[in-house]
Design a protein around this ligand. Structure first.
Ligand code: PHE
Length: 345
């Protein structure tokens, strides 16, 4: 075994001490400090290999040398740590932090334009005495078709037009909000004055004018002696509040199995101002609602006696109403989630 004597060991401690102090005093950044850590302060570094030599020191000298080694080691570690802390603080101060910059604005979410329209419609009809009712999106064929006086061979019952949930045609994704009329008739006291907003589904090609999923708002009023004139005045009152006093409207005869007589409400085209364009198919008018007097068969389905009661019903497409208010010419823009579009609405 190699014996290392006292003097040699003290000398080596001094040399290493000077070496470390020297190097540390020249360090300018954390990278070069890291190099020093790897050379001296790790397990296989120069400090530990000097400490390892203690085992070769004669026994009686070990306490003294051991003490010297400890002092040297903790001293070196202290200088190292102090410098590291200083450099780290400097690095943090030197980031490109500019406290004079204006704060970042948080993105605020807001309700979707279609929901805004829906809520506004609910408000307007609400102020006219209509309560809100809802029904299921998955509807049975009876509520969606039969109860609404659809003949058995009506094309809407075809797979081409309607999404069937079961292949036996028992359940469908409702094709309109009109089945909620039946549910409201079955569950409410008379008279009934309700609007029924909700999502509807049609097996349709998606285009600038139509989607396969969209929103409708249904209206229903049932009482004794309800007249077509009341239907007209209700819809006109709504339309003027929604679109302003100056917008022009017309009622046009139409057909629905569940209303008789039936009509459609048109508004003059917002794109061309009534002159005729691509959007209004050159008619100068855009349809915004279907409506009519509730068919006696529908009242019967809802358990109401058509000899005593009569009523009117209407249905708006909420996307269409939104397009008219916002001037959007393609219905798909509403659902592409393009912030450049949404931020304008
Ligand atoms: N349900 C009809 C549709 O989806 C709209 C409508 C509702 C028409 C109520 C008349 C009465 O087109």
């Amino acid at each position: 075994m190699q014996i290392i004597n006292f003097k040699i060991m003290l000398n080596e401690i001094n040399i290493l001490n000077e070496e470390i102090k020297n190097k540390i005093s020249n360090v300018k950044d954390l990278n070069s400090l890291e190099e020093i850590r790897l050379e001296y302060f790790v397990k296989k570094g120069k400090i530990q290999s000097l400490v390892d030599k203690l085992k070769d020191v004669p026994k009686d000298q070990k306490p003294v040398i051991g003490k010297e080694l400890n002092i040297f080691k903790s001293n070196a570690e202290r200088i190292f740590n102090e410098l590291r802390e200083k450099l780290q603080n400097q690095a943090e101060e030197n980031t490109d932090l500019d406290l004079t910059l204006p704060g970042r604005r948080n993105f605020r979410g807001s309700s979707h334009p279609v929901m805004q329209t829906m809520n506004e419609m609910i408000d307007i009809f609400g102020s006219m005495g209509f309560a809100v009712a809802e029904g299921p999106d998955i509807e049975d064929g009876w509520h969606n078709f039969d109860a609404l006086n659809f003949p058995p061979d009506h094309p809407a019952r075809d797979m081409q037009d309607t999404f069937f949930v079961k292949s036996d045609k028992e359940y469908v994704l409702r094709t309109h909000t009109s089945p909620v009329q039946i549910r409201v008739m079955q569950s409410s006291e008379l008279p009934i004055r309700a609007i029924m907003p909700g999502r509807v589904y049609r097996n349709e090609a998606i285009s600038a004018r139509s989607l396969a999923e969209f929103y409708q708002i249904e209206g229903l009023y049932i009482d004794k002696n309800v007249s077509l004139a009341e239907l007209k005045s209700t819809l006109m009152t709504f339309a003027k509040r929604m679109y302003g006093e100056n917008s022009k409207f017309r009622f046009r005869p139409s057909f629905f199995p569940f209303t008789e007589p039936s009509a459609e409400l048109d508004i003059s085209c917002y794109i061309c101002g009534g002159k005729g364009c691509r959007i209004c198919k050159n008619t100068g008018w855009l349809e915004i609602a279907g409506c009519g007097m509730v068919h006696p068969n529908v009242l019967k389905s809802g358990g109401i006696d058509p000899e005593i009661y009569s009523g009117y019903a209407f249905g708006f497409g909420i996307e269409r109403v939104t397009m008219l208010r916002t001037g959007i010419s393609d219905i798909r823009y509403l659902y592409e989630n393009d912030l450049r579009v949404l931020n304008q609405l």
